[in-house]
Design a protein around this ligand. Structure first.
Ligand code: FES
Length: 286
């Protein structure tokens, strides 16, 4: 077992160091970023509209459909050939939005994550092509050939799922970057109100948690300063006239009064802090 683990980890490490693919990777990524850059598209593909990343939710559909199709092939054979063909087709259809949402997420990654993500995508495209060929073969009456194509495609999909899981669970791509903060629920004195200029973004720390203070229209707001999307510094961002702060890394936009996401790629809101002013001092608590 340790041998298998070593091979898998070694393979992923090699892909992560494969700088030769950076040129093509960056070119494709720039194109994807351009195509998915508008706010409605980004909010849809990132899952901002439902407060949860979209891609991991969608992946269950093609993986489940193709796994079920191969199971039907093995268990029922000719008897349920129509059901297996339907499952293969369902998986192919579901793979399209799944891939598009994944490519949008991938366009905001860098270095080893971007390389692993590109290989993940290429393997998935290959797997989907095999499943589409399987559907066609089944439709023409070549059930056996279709079953073999599906089995090979499923193998590729599971290998690719390993890479996707590695990106999320080992590399932290797509996780809420404030998830492990332990914000204090005690009122904590963090600054003098007079130090906060109108429209300023001021970073302070409360028990090791970075917080950004924002003064707008004479009122002070506080959000966790770490962007939930990938950890960008919100205090390095910009405050707009609608009362939103924009992350400098990938343009996620959060309302300063409640932390809600107005634009992805973030899907999780920025944790909001209570603020009170006492004797000219700013106090905050989670
Ligand atoms: S880190 Fe990606 S938008 Fe903030």
């Amino acid at each position: 077992m340790r041998y298998v683990t070593g091979v898998l980890r070694g393979t992923v490490r090699l892909i992560g160091r494969w700088q030769a693919i950076d040129g093509i990777s960056d070119a494709v990524s720039d194109l994807v970023a351009k195509l998915t850059g508008s706010t409605p598209v980004k909010n849809l593909l990132s899952g901002t509209f439902m407060g949860h990343p979209l891609h991991p939710a969608l992946t269950d559909v093609p993986i489940g459909a193709w796994l079920a199709a191969t199971t039907v092939d093995v268990v029922a054979g000719e008897r349920d050939a129509a059901a297996a063909q339907t499952l293969v087709g369902l998986g192919v259809l579901a793979a399209v939005p799944t891939g598009i949402s994944g490519s949008s997420d991938w366009s905001t990654t860098y270095g080893p994550d971007k390389r692993i993500g590109l290989v993940h995508a290429v393997v998935n495209i290959s797997a989907t092509t095999l499943q589409a060929a399987s559907w066609l073969a089944r439709r023409r009456g070549h059930r056996g050939r279709g079953a073999v194509l599906s089995l090979v495609g499923l193998g590729l999909t599971l290998g690719s799922a390993y890479l996707g899981g590695h990106l999320t669970l080992s590399r932290g791509v797509g996780v809420n970057h404030t998830a492990f903060e332990e914000p204090s629920e005690e009122w904590t004195d963090v600054a003098a109100e007079a130090e906060l200029g109108p429209g300023s973004l001021t970073r302070v720390e409360v028990g090791g948690v970075p917080v950004v203070l924002i003064k707008r229209h004479g009122e002070v707001h506080a959000l966790s300063a770490v962007c939930t999307h990938a950890g960008g510094p919100l205090d390095g961002g910009t405050l707009d006239t609608s009362g939103c702060v924009t992350c400098p890394w990938h343009g996620s936009r959060f309302r300063i009064d409640d932390g809600s996401v107005q634009r992805g790629p973030a899907s999780e809101p920025a944790p909001r802090w209570d603020v009170k002013i006492e004797d000219g001092r700013v106090l905050v608590r989670a």
